[in-house]
Design a protein around this ligand. Structure first.
Ligand code: FAD
Length: 551
């Protein structure tokens, strides 16, 4: 399988060039490749470097949109949730949610239960599981750390949890499997126009070699999320900004401090905003904030104020946890690429749905939306690209339908009857003598069916069986697999987005940094200077996520 061919990028003309390898770009690339379009996707960083690895990691219908009677939006989201559970069952898994109601809650238990019926109804009663109502007594048993004072009860409903970075990655890998080319660390610097003043390609910088070149393409898609106005600005003309970006952060704490069986939906006691506390294996994360953000999306970080806001709300709902700043293992911050609502008089109003625009020079911009609806957004982007190619008379003749709702993502191809249990059994049978059960579980849950390949890799080479941290399940084989099969190019790609060591490990991966660097240097032919540069870049990323500690 050709994964990447960055050298040959200038040698051909692509039907569709997608700029941005987040979930929007990856969904469009997968769809375009399946339709038989000659597709290239480039990202100036790693896949899912931006918002797509910094979300709340939920594939959800958006229960709260019911409050505003946005039924179509909820219906679309729950329908997509069902599709994603089918095509990526290892990455999109049912998660129980509790919606605790207190005597001073804005909505009564009855009102919320009615909302739950509506939510299940909009999913055509095919939610991962149907909702039910838990009494205060049952609630205490399921969630002993939840505040008991004034608690009346809680409906329990189901949505899905995901790994946003890997959902993006697997969509991109599937695009490649269908013939697309994906090149990371290739930055678009500007646009190339033809004599009709239409965009006919882009000028890029290969961030590894420093080389600049032109890439030709018939249709160009701007899928750069929170960078999309910046990218439009590269056209060298005055643009009307469309984004209303805001920052959202999450904090990660150990389960020894806050352990949950369900995700908890809560409202901030002062400003009424909705927040989630979400169980995450050996960790719990809490989010999110919503503050204006105008700076570089690549430099976004949690502030001390953000972290304290989340700690305060946690201590309100989980008073026995006594969370303190010192309990926060890691943070992540992302920028919402919301687009201004052109139908509203309110300047700060944003569209809840993604916005797809085509400009007179042909640039197609898709921004906003949610991770949850990425597959459908991808199809709409490609429909628009095809419409444009037809209008300029450059549509190739062999266009097919894309089967994105039926074909499994790579980790779910050949999904066994009993799902993860069967996969774990297979890894155990193949590599059980060299891998412990926590690693086997991690490999199955992270890679799905492909977990067997990682297990076999470890079985063949004892050095790859080593744990990154003796107390954690991640192993060195994951580093090699990330480089050889998952387009990882830097230590940050591996420890932040291919594994979640950066967020889950108490030292954020600094303990295993030298060993990982050594392995990657051997795999990618880094000299000593390049290796040191990569180590420093990783340390900088850790520093960025800890900046709030000094505020
Ligand atoms: P991004 O993921 O930001 O991708 C843009 C990419 O473009 C980046 O990788 C960047 O490197 C690249 N790029 C930029 N400029 C250039 C250039 N010049 N050349 C090449 N590449 C370039 N949605 C849900 O469904 N569920 C959730 O639980 C959820 N939670 C969220 C929580 C928060 C805090 C936030 C902020 C968002 C959340 N969302 C959620 C929304 C969702 O995460 C985003 O809508 C989605 O990730 C946006 O993806 P994107 O691909 O459009 O942008």
């Amino acid at each position: 399988m050709m994964q990447e061919d960055r050298k040959g990028l200038s040698e051909q003309e692509y039907d569709v060039l997608i700029i941005g390898g987040g979930i929007t770009g990856a969904g469009a690339a997968r769809d375009a490749a399946m339709r038989g379009l000659k597709t290239l996707m480039v990202d100036m960083n790693d896949l899912a470097f931006g918002t797509s690895s910094r979300s709340s990691k939920l594939v959800h219908g958006g229960l709260r949109y019911l409050e505003h009677a946005e039924f179509a939006l909820v219906f679309e989201s729950v329908s997509e949730r069902r599709i994603l559970m089918k095509i990526a069952p290892h990455l999109v898994r049912a998660q129980g949610f509790l919606f605790p109601v207190f005597s001073d809650s804005r909505r009564s238990l009855l009102e919320i239960n009615i909302g739950m019926w509506l939510y299940d109804g909009l999913s055509l009663f095919r939610s991962p599981k149907m909702h039910k109502s838990l009494s205060k007594k049952k609630l205490k048993k399921q969630e002993p750390s939840l505040r008991q004072e004034d608690l009346k009860g809680a409906p329990q409903y189901y949505d899905c949890a995901t790994d946003d970075a890997r959902l993006t990655l697997e969509s991109a890998l599937d695009a490649v499997a269908h013939g697309a080319t994906v090149a990371t660390y290739v930055k678009v610097l500007g646009f190339v126009k033809n004599e009709q003043n239409r965009i006919a390609g882009v000028r890029v910088l290969d961030r590894f070699t420093g080389e600049e070149k032109e890439i030709r393409a018939r249709a160009v898609v701007n899928a750069t999320g929170p960078w999309s106005d910046r990218l439009r600005g590269l056209k060298g003309e005055e643009i009307k900004k469309r984004l209303r970006p805001t920052k959202g952060i999450h904090i990660v704490v150990p389960t020894e401090k806050l352990s949950l069986n369900n995700a908890i939906v809560c409202f901030h006691p002062e400003d009424g905003r909705v927040l989630f506390a979400i169980p995450w294996g050996d960790r719990t994360y809490i989010g999110t904030t919503d503050t204006d953000y105008q700076s570089d999306p690549g430099d976004v970080a949690a502030s001390g104020e953000d972290v304290r806001y989340l700690i305060n709300v946690s201590n309100h709902y989980f008073p026995t946890a006594h969370l303190e700043e010192g309990d926060v293992i890691s943070t992540w911050a992302g920028v919402r690429p919301w687009v201004a609502d052109e139908n509203s008089d309110d300047e700060s109003a944003v569209s809840r749905e993604h916005v797809l625009k085509i400009e007179s020079d042909g640039l197609i911009t898709s921004a906003g939306g949610k991770l949850t609806t990425y597959r459908k957004m991808g199809a709409e982007v490609v429909d628009k690209a095809i419409e444009y190619l037809r209008a300029i008379d450059r549509l190739p003749g062999n266009i097919r339908n894309a089967n994105t709702a039926q074909e499994a993502l790579p980790g779910a191809i050949g999904w066994p009857e009993n799902g993860l249990a069967d996969i774990m059994h297979q890894i155990q049978t193949d590599a059980g003598e060299v891998l412990k059960s926590d690693t086997i579980q991690l490999l199955a849950e992270t890679y799905g069916v492909r977990g067997k390949d990682v297990g076999e890799m470890a079985k063949r080479d004892a050095s790859l069986q080593e744990r990154l941290n003796p107390e954690r399940p991640e192993i060195m084989a994951q580093v090699k697999y990330a480089v050889e099969k998952e387009l990882a190019k830097t230590i940050r790609d591996v420890l932040i987005r291919r594994t979640q060591v950066f967020f889950r490990e108490t030292e954020q991966g600094l303990n295993c940094l030298d060993r990982v660097a050594e392995e990657m240097a051997a795999l990618l032919n880094w000299d000593e200077a390049k290796k040191q540069e990569e180590i420093e870049a990783y340390k900088e990323e850790v520093e960025r996520s800890r900046r709030w500690r000094d505020e």
